[in-house]
Design a binder for this molecule. Structure first.
Ligand code: ADP
Ligand code: ADP
Length: 230
């Protein structure tokens, strides 16, 4: 079963703007793939549909076989908890420590403090920031802040990571480091879908690329094998 499946999905925003038109594609379990296209192509909307932050106007989306059109409001938080989301501008809170930023999704779920500490430290360890847990994120560099955002996204151990322009503000070296973090999670079986218009970065990586333009899929580059990889 595909991890994410789009079946003739269209989406119009209230007021009639057609953001996505008749999309059909799948993300396999354990696959890492890119979504690319100019600003306004529909990348964020597509990710928001998977999160069920927006609803399809036509067609259906299946995540782990579950039809999102049939999710009841009470099930949506559970659906979202299984997805780790990474944003370009981190959306970190500067009134609390790195530790508390990463702990946020767990506080909502009501973990005991021992379990919470263990999981927060495990997530910080994976992104290499264990020694920064007491600092305020404002004291960290842009790349470090993005890694805090990634730790927060994975602290619930999601099986799917969605990232929206995760390297948007970073230089090429830091961007590569962030990508290798996503690769680490993918290596242990997490499915990863990354929206990015950084063609330079995407071009050098071997993963499948889905191209969007004006809300339509205009092309796909299949995953590259070792020999083909640039
Ligand atoms: P991308 O992430 O590729 O830049 P978006 O998904 O943000 O694209 O936007 C796709 C289209 O939908 C754009 O034309 C955008 O203006 C429109 N759009 C995005 N969000 C909204 C909204 N909340 N209300 C109305 N139109 C929107
Ligand atoms: P938006 O404000 O863009 O509509 P939400 O209301 O869904 O987004 O999310 C509010 C905050 O919760 C965001 O700052 C986001 O970082 C965080 N968040 C939402 N879903 C998740 C998730 N699955 N994992 C981690 N953080 C999340």
């Amino acid at each position: 079963m595909a991890h994410v499946r789009f079946d003739h999905v269209s989406m119009s925003y209230p007021g009639g703007h057609q953001a996505l038109l008749d999309l059909n594609f799948e993300v396999e379990q354990g696959e890492m793939a890119f979504l690319t296209g100019h600003s306004g192509a529909g990348k964020s909307t597509l990710l928001k549909l998977i999160m069920r932050m927006e609803k399809t106007t036509q067609g259906q989306i299946l995540v782990d076989g579950v039809n999102l059109n049939r999710l009841r409001a009470s099930q949506i938080p559970f659906h979202r908890r299984r997805i780790g989301v990474v944003f370009q501008n981190h959306q970190l809170l500067f009134d609390r420590s790195v530790f508390e930023n990463v702990a946020l999704p767990l506080r909502i779920s009501g973990y005991s403090s021992r379990d919470l500490e263990r999981r927060v430290r495990a997530a910080l360890d994976k992104v290499g920031l264990l020694d920064k847990e007491k600092q305020n994120p404002i004291e960290l560099s842009g790349g470090e802040q993005q890694r805090v955002g990634i730790a927060r996204a994975v602290v619930n151990k999601p099986s799917l990571i969605l990232a929206d322009e995760p390297t948007g503000n970073l230089d090429p070296k830091l961007s590569k480091e962030i990508m290798s973090l996503f690769e680490q999670f993918n290596d242990v079986g997490v499915s990863v879908l990354i929206a990015s218009h950084d063609l330079n970065l995407i071009g050098r990586l071997p993963y499948r690329v889905i191209g969007l333009e004006n809300g339509k899929i205009i092309g796909e580059r299949p995953p590259q094998t070792q020999e083909e990889a640039p």
